[in-house]
Design a protein around this ligand. Sequence first.
Ligand code: IMP
Ligand code: MG
Length: 179
Amino acid sequence: MDKIQVKDKTFTVSIPEADILKEVKRVAAEINRDLEGRNPLFLAVLNGSFIFAADLLREVTIPCEISFVKLASYEGVFSTGEIREVIGLNTDITGRAVVIVEDIIDSGLTMVHMIETLKKHNPSSIDVCSLLVKPGNLKVNLDVKYKCLEIPNDFIVGYGLDYDGFGRNTRSIYTIVEE
Ligand code: IMP
Ligand code: MG
């Protein structure tokens, strides 16, 4: 399926499943190499990262844990600019090698806010692992140590990412078709 309809918008395939999985494997191999012996704690940011986190973790071969947190700043296709709090951090991250698992970094404001929040709990390190980065929209200086793919500024759905809650359940990633 090259074109899909999500609510009132049409999307066309832009990153096929095979291309995504290849990059997920590459990034997992980097993590396996860099964090060997550190028992990393992956903190996956719900809802968007649930599929990425599942695929990534199954490629991680070193001892590790995963926990899930929630925070959202997006409504419809434009960022609201509103930053919400980190909810559900019920694992002690003191002294841990934390890897934040995110679906997409757009302005980067969400991630900077989350890093500041986590730092207060004194982890030994915090790395960011994002499936996608839109470098053209970055508003902050943010080091994304592990990134699968860089994409243009267009709005996308699929592989966990949504448009107004819908469109998460596709294997490939789709870009909006502007009419
Ligand atoms: P940021 O704070 O602007 O970096 O916002 C990042 C969040 O916005 C991500 O975690 C996504 O939930 C959402 N987001 C950004 N771009 C897209 C997109 O193209 N499609 C779906 N969600 C997006
Ligand atoms: Mg998200």
